[in-house]
Design a protein around this ligand. Structure first.
Ligand code: ARG
Ligand code: ZN
Length: 390
């Protein structure tokens, strides 16, 4: 029994230190505080001759007396560095004992959360995740504003929409879902020169067209919503430069129209809905405007326009009338909605926002918010329908 007992103690004694010796060393971040000029110099020498990554200060030359020094040491050098610091009697300690573990924690959750969720913004993201546009594109919804210069409520809506999409997070569940499934392409002002012209002098406030000149004609501008390549310049448009509904010299003659048409054409397979904002008269219009004939999707578009109008009614109690463009207002060829529809984008809508004539194009700023809220509810209604019918 004496012998057995001795063996027991022996084994016990030997196991403990062995476990310690075979612990795999890990990278560490060390903290040191040189308190004399000699220690500063010695520490500088040590760090210059060992493979460490200095965290603070940025360079060895910047090490100063009584200032903390932080540096990253690879597992293989840990023991020797610590021994040398001890020998130099430089005060030191371990700042981070498991750097690799901490590094790993920084990169989890890169792709697990949706961008609409706030937790997304509480994690770090890789370059791939940040520049996601390089990935295969999502289905998209196009919204443009400001085709006509004087319809100021239209760009106001696009800005509102962008602001809402950016700030919504979890507050609007429908919007969050839509943002998860769609990219929204929003063009806040198509007719930039015309819009600027309505701002630059009060007497130009009611300008509608672009600002292009046409040979030696005394009249300026093309109606951009007659300039698209959809039964261009048929009945309802004019070849005369001085008219408000001048169709331009040829389809897409206006660079702004050409740019939009080109982008939409290039993305026609992913753009599932085309929405364009105008004012005024409170309408939800769908193709066609270039003919009195019904489009082949007339029934579906009509019922969706009705749903959009109902959403508006629920939101602000305002009445918007749904209908096909030509039948509801007038023949108007060369419009962006008809063009987009014939390109294959079935869900194509023109909104005529507030009001019905009390202020017309001069809608007071106090009506921006309710108008945008009602239009937003309609756009969401359309987007949800598109999502359900992908
Ligand atoms: N008020 C708009 C315009 O005259 C109506 C647009 C309806 N759609 C169309 N393609 N014309 O341009
Ligand atoms: Zn318009």
């Amino acid at each position: 029994t004496k012998m057995k007992l001795y063996l027991f103690f022996f084994t016990f004694f030997i196991l403990v230190p062995e476990k310690h010796v075979f612990t795999i060393p890990r990278d560490e971040v060390l903290w040191a505080l040189p308190q004399t000029d000699e220690q500063v110099e010695a520490l500088q020498d040590l760090l210059n001759t060992t493979e460490v990554i200095l965290w603070q200060p940025v360079a060895v030359e910047n090490i100063q007396k009584d200032r903390e020094v932080h540096f990253y040491v690879r597992a293989s050098s840990i023991n020797s560095i610590k021994a040398q610091l001890r020998q130099l009697t430089i005060q030191h300690k371990v700042l981070m004992g498991d750097v690799q573990g901490i590094i790993e924690k920084q990169t989890t959750n890169d792709t697990v959360n949706a961008r609409g969720s706030s937790s997304y913004y509480e994690n770090y993201h890789s370059m791939k995740e940040i520049s996601k546009s390089k990935e295969k594109s999502k289905n998209a919804i196009w919204i443009d504003c400001g085709i006509h210069a004087r319809e100021w409520i239209s760009p106001a809506f696009c800005l509102w929409f962008i602001g809402h999409a950016i700030h919504v997070r979890e507050r609007d569940r429908t919007m969050t879902t839509l943002l998860e499934h769609f990219d929204f392409y929003v063009m806040p002002v198509i007719n930039v020169d015309g819009y600027e012209y309505t701002w630059s002098h009060p007497s130009n406030r009611l300008w509608r067209k672009s600002r292009s000149s046409h040979g030696n004609s005394k009249c300026i501008g093309t109606d951009m919503n007659r300039n698209f390549d959809a039964h261009w310049c048929g009945p309802g448009a004019s070849h005369f430069e001085c008219q408000e509904i001048y169709c331009g010299p040829y389809p897409e003659s206006e660079p702004e129209v050409k740019a939009v048409a080109r982008f939409v054409r290039d993305h026609k397979d992913i753009i599932k809905a085309y929405i364009t904002m105008h004012s005024y008269s409170q309408l939800v219009l769908f193709p066609y405007s270039y003919t009195m004939n019904k489009s082949k999707d007339h029934e579906e578009l009509e019922s969706l326009a009705q749903k959009a109008a109902k959403a508006i009614k629920r939101t602000t109690w305002k009445t918007y009338r749904p209908g096909a463009g030509a039948q509801t207002i007038y023949l108007a060829p060369g419009g962006s909605d008809d063009w987009a529809y014939d390109l294959g984008i079935k869900y194509s809508f023109t909104f005529e926002l507030r009001d019905t004539g009390t202020y017309g194009f001069l809608l007071p700023p106090r009506e921006i918010k309710p108008t945008c809220l009602e239009a937003l509810s309609a756009v969401k209604e359309i987007a949800q329908h598109v999502l359900q019918n992908l």
